[in-house]
Design a protein around this ligand. Structure first.
Ligand SMILES: [Zn+2]
Ligand SMILES: [Zn+2]
Length: 252
């Protein structure tokens, strides 16, 4: 098993708050964002890739927020636009349907041409080297998590004590568990199930309490653990919790 993935996996499970796989994801994502805004963007090999791919909307937004290297972002954007323009616009021009006149007749071929230019655009705007690297890293991480669960007692204990695994990452872990032997998968999925059903139970009860607090008869009752239960539920339901600001609940 690859050691370089074990250390970050262990670190992510030392903290007991939130989803450890989200922590792995966020850390890796930040590393890739820094990488693509760092010295790598002056390397011809990297530029050949980013000229072709650009970045997906999510990662363009994150690069835009990370104001560390505006010039670098500008340089990458410039050569990507040149590359995109050079590939797209000749094809787009060639796809302009000729007007059907009396002499020329109709040519249904234009429909296919338009769709294939649209396919080209859709494919190019959705490719992203940060997504590719991140998916690859996450594949390694879940492999290591499953392996460590059955080979490292201390890790198994930490896994069981995780506050929760968010649902998208529960799904990722289940897909990995499907590759294990039946006995290994049995223990792992049982732990995952326990973690998952406990989280559902406590969130359901905390969110219910949150709503009951709006009844005037309960105004004087303490908030207990329900105050940020909406944001905790959002973090459980999705794997990117950065916008789930707990200050929102304090405004209520
Ligand atoms: Zn997660
Ligand atoms: Zn991306």
């Amino acid at each position: 098993m690859e050691k370089i993935y074990m250390i970050p996996v262990n670190d992510a499970y030392i903290e007991t708050c939130g989803c450890p796989v989200c922590r792995l994801h966020d850390k890796a994502e930040n590393n890739y964002l820094e990488y693509y805004l760092g010295p790598s963007l002056m390397e011809p090999d990297t530029r050949i890739i980013t000229n072709k791919t650009g970045f997906c909307p999510v990662h363009m937004g994150k690069l835009n927020k990370a104001v560390t290297n505006r010039l670098g972002l500008g340089l990458v954007m410039h050569t990507h636009l040149i590359d995109f323009n050079a590939e797209l616009n000749p094809k787009l021009k060639a796809a302009i349907p000729a007007k059907a006149g009396l002499l020329k007749g109709r040519n249904p071929d234009y429909k296919q041409k338009l769709n294939s230019v649209a396919d080209l655009i859709d494919k190019r705007v959705s490719t992203c080297p940060i997504c590719d690297n991140l998916n690859d890293a996450m594949r390694h991480y879940v492999e290591v998590i499953c392996w460590m669960f059955s080979h490292d007692k201390d890790f198994k204990e930490k896994f069981v004590k995780a506050e929760f695994h968010c649902l998208p990452h529960t799904s990722l872990l289940l897909r990995q568990a499907a590759k294990l032997s039946q006995n290994e998968a049995s223990d792992f999925v049982e732990a995952l199930y326990k973690n998952n059903s406990d989280t559902f139970d406590s969130l359901i009860s905390d969110v219910e309490y949150f709503t009951l607090k709006f009844d005037y008869r309960n105004t004087d009752k303490p908030w207990g653990t329900s105050k940020n239960s909406i944001q905790r539920s959002m973090r459980f339901l999705s794997s990117d919790g950065r916008d789930f600001d707990e200050q929102q609940s304090k405004k209520s």
